[in-house]
Write a protein that binds this ligand. Structure first.
Ligand code: PMP
Length: 765
């Protein structure tokens, strides 16, 4: 029995064929097989108003024509000369029906993507675009189409369809980059009609050459370069080296139809745009058509490439593409000229990291990029808590900065909202917050509050602790007053020894407590200490030690201050605050660094009683503390931590990393201890020849070698022999594996031979 489609093709085209349904995104497509050979494609379009657009498509296809090199799906006219018919199927549904000639061959998606084939693909796209450059079609030029890359800023609305926050942030990030980089210069792009969907399931190849392209339903008038961008986006999927693949395509394209510099400069952003559009559309369509498998064929590889794309520097990408096209790379400035310039204006007391300092250009989540486009995995910047340039944080600041920024002498909602959200993270006893602009001003204010409340002056501090750069900050920081250039402790500062690391475990608990008891010969206003002593080299305190100090201080009328500047906001994994590791509740908490993800915010959180005692008539005012911009930024940081479950991730990734280092420790005796909590980790190194001595030089060497490999670490502790790991909290398992494998190579490498360690592996490059 013949169906309506068969009757339709017979009566209008005189074609007798077996009909096979094909995959299709928008149109319904059928393969027409004549004498066992696929000959035509029947396309049924549900949107009956699209006839002018279909006619425009045909006009374009006719213009491209068929030539010796490339085939485009030629329009088959019916016996009466028409190319588009109104067709009603057996169920009474109406379509616009057309028949196109079938192009034999394989899809590019099924072909091996050799450099030669990708070069040929570039040439093919360029040939098509060159031919389209001088054709006009009002229908296409006025088309507003959601797959047109130039309209990506409209995709803000699609974010709600992406339920996974870690994925959503990638779209937000690239939306931000689009807004910052593409929109301001959009009128400078060359524009022309483009096919706009050279994805590898639309491109026909015979392994060696590109034969042609199908599906002209995405035609738009857009940036000419978007044609190559879209082709490049799909051939880059599932590749370990997407830049090389894309370079082959661009080389072929450029040889045929020259690309201009600004197109290459922005190729990185436009490619990300296409990837984002693809996954946004998939997420949206999945909600509309949950059973449609065709929707998600590219989904997983696109997410994987987006993940990889954020680890690639846009500058490196631009210069790689320029090189492929034989254009000059962007200027590279030398570190030396920067150091010289810096020295002229900036005091040498501000240090630079690494033997050869890095000229840093950009950041993206856990990655940083130097001026040459080299990618670094950031394992040290605990300030960029939720990741460098997190779009939620950036946008929160940008938006509020454009609306209102003022001080706390006015009423505004952001202060109330942020204060409430932040205080919700504390027990009810800690119910008041003072906002300032740095950890230093927070610790300074904390001491003022303590002294005011207790009417006492002396302070107990933890050895090797650091709390700030103000005059008082230095006075309460043994890390500074005992360190180089330090002037020793002020008479009212009493330093409690640390309970011990592998090198300093000489104090028994009794000795430690006796030392503390002696401090109370003076009137002690309070005790300040970090729950894990960062500058001491990530030294954990025992619960017994910290509860004993708290009890002793309180019993003598003092207050207890926890400095959570480095350890707070979920970093320790099991808890939101590190003091919670020990089951104590401080009277005052000092906050800073991660609070604003790089925006300068600090805060002091305390009890109603201590805050009330401060209300003695003297105003407390901070020009910037608690301003609306800072509050919006701080609030967005808390929201991201929650939405992306960063505390839980820190717990899992941190434990994985510490386990990995403990495995290395079994083979590498240089590692005396692996300690910490969550993503706040210390690896203490000692001399193999004498485990009683710190391996200071080796630690320095290792972090410099790791830096060469693109991994940023730092050292700390009184002997600078502790390698510190405290990365942005989006640091993932894959990043952890990379750190472990590079560390393993480096710790065993022959560079350390000169320091009389065994060398079983060769040095990193
Ligand atoms: N407390 C601790 C524990 C710190 O690590 C720091 C900064 N390293 C501060 C206070 C001072 O913070 P800021 O540099 O923001 O003034």
């Amino acid at each position: 029995m013949t169906d309506s489609k068969q009757r339709f093709i017979q009566s209008n085209y005189n074609i007798f064929a077996e009909i096979q349904q094909l995959e299709g995104h928008v149109d319904r497509n059928f393969l027409l097989i004549v004498d066992k050979e696929p000959k035509y494609v029947l396309k049924l379009t549900t949107d009956l108003t699209s006839k002018p657009f279909l006619k425009a498509q045909h006009h374009i296809i006719e213009h491209l024509g068929n030539n010796d090199r490339f085939a485009f799906p030629q329009i088959q006219t019916g016996s009466d000369g028409k190319s588009i018919y109104l067709f009603t199927d057996d169920d009474g549904a109406q379509y616009l029906a057309r028949i196109l000639k079938y192009i034999p061959g394989k899809f590019l998606a099924e072909s091996l993507k050799s450099n030669d084939l990708l070069y040929a693909f570039g040439q093919f796209l360029a040939t098509m675009d060159k031919s389209l450059a001088d054709i006009h079609s009002l229908e296409i030029m006025t088309r507003h189409y959601e797959w047109d890359l130039q309209h990506f800023q409209e995709y803000q609305d699609y974010l709600e369809h992406i339920s996974n926050p870690a994925k959503r942030k990638l779209i937000q990030y690239f939306l931000l980059l689009f807004k910052e980089n593409i929109l301001p210069i959009r009128h400078h792009f060359r524009k022309s009609i483009i096919h706009n969907d050279a994805n590898d399931w639309n491109v026909i190849s015979d392994e060696k050459n590109i034969l042609g392209i199908i599906d002209f339903g995405d035609l738009v008038y857009s940036y000419t370069i978007n044609e190559a961008v879209i082709g490049a986006a799909y051939i880059a999927l599932d590749s370990d080296d997407p830049l090389t693949r894309i370079s082959s395509l661009l080389q072929g394209y450029h040889d045929q139809f020259p690309i201009v510099d600004m197109e290459l400069e922005n190729f990185y952003y436009l490619l990300a745009t296409r990837l984002c559009m693809s996954v946004c559309q998939t997420a949206y369509m999945k909600k509309k058509r949950p059973d449609d498998k065709y929707l998600s064929i590219h989904e997983q590889p696109v997410w994987a490439l987006l993940d990889k794309w954020i680890s690639i520097s846009p500058d490196l990408a631009a210069n790689t593409f320029r090189k492929a096209c034989g254009l000059k790379a962007g200027p590279i400035k030398s570190e030396d000229s920067f150091i010289e310039h810096r020295k002229r204006h900036i005091s040498a007391t501000l240090s630079l990291s690494y033997e050869k300092p890095i000229l840093m250009e950009r950041g993206a989540f856990q990655y940083m990029f130097d001026r040459d486009g080299k990618t670094y995995l950031d394992c040290v910047n605990n300030i960029m808590h939720v990741g460098h340039c997190h779009p939620r944080v950036v946008e929160a600041g940008q938006r509020q900065m454009a609306i209102l920024n003022t001080n706390t002498r006015y009423l505004y909602e952001a202060l109330n909202q942020y204060a409430e959200k932040l205080l919700n993270k504390f027990p009810v006893s800690l119910s008041k917050v003072f906002f300032v602009n740095s950890g230093s001003s927070a610790s300074d204010l904390a001491i003022r509050l303590a002294r005011n409340y207790t009417d006492k002056y002396d302070l107990i501090v933890l050895d090797h602790g650091y709390h700030g750069n103000t005059t008082l900050g230095i006075e309460i920081s043994p890390y500074k007053f005992k360190g180089r250039g330090g002037k020793g402790p002020a008479p009212y500062i009493h330093t409690a020894s640390l309970p011990g690391t592998s090198l300093s475990a000489e104090h028994s608990e009794e000795e430690l407590y006796a030392e503390i008891d002696n401090f109370f010969e003076h009137p002690v206003a309070g005790f300040i200490g970090e729950p894990i002593v960062g500058c001491g080299g990530q030294v954990m305190l025992s619960e017994a030690y910290i509860t004993t100090i708290y009890e002793k201080v309180r019993s003598k009328g003092g207050v207890c201050i926890a400095d959570e500047v480095q350890t707070g906001f979920g970093r320790v994994g099991s808890n939101f605050w590190a003091y919670e590791l020990y089951d104590v509740v401080p009277d005052i908490v000092v906050l800073g660094k991660p609070m604003g993800n790089g925006h300068p915010i600090g805060a002091v959180v305390t009890t109603d009683e201590i805050a009330s005692a401060f209300e003695n008539g003297m105003e407390f005012f901070s020009s910037f503390g608690g301003n609306p911009v800072s509050c919006q930024i701080g609030k967005s940081v808390l929201e991201v931590i929650e939405e992306e479950a960063l505390q839980e991730k820190a717990f899992i990734t941190g434990n994985y990393l510490m386990d990995g280092f403990r495995d290395i420790q079994k083979e590498q005796k240089m590692i005396a201890e692996v300690r910490g909590a969550g993503l706040f980790i210390g690896i203490e190194l000692v001399k193999i020849s004498n485990p009683g001595l710190p391996a200071t030089e080796e630690a320095k060497k290792i972090i410099n070698l790791m830096k060469q490999e693109g991994i940023l670490l730092s050292t700390d502790g009184p002997d600078n022999n502790v390698i510190k790991i405290k990365p942005p909290m989006c640091f993932n398992m894959h990043n952890a594996d990379r750190v472990l494998s590079e560390f393993r190579k480096t710790a065993f490498c022959s560079c350390l031979k000169t320091m009389r360690y065994w060398a079983t592996r060769s040095c990193p490059k």
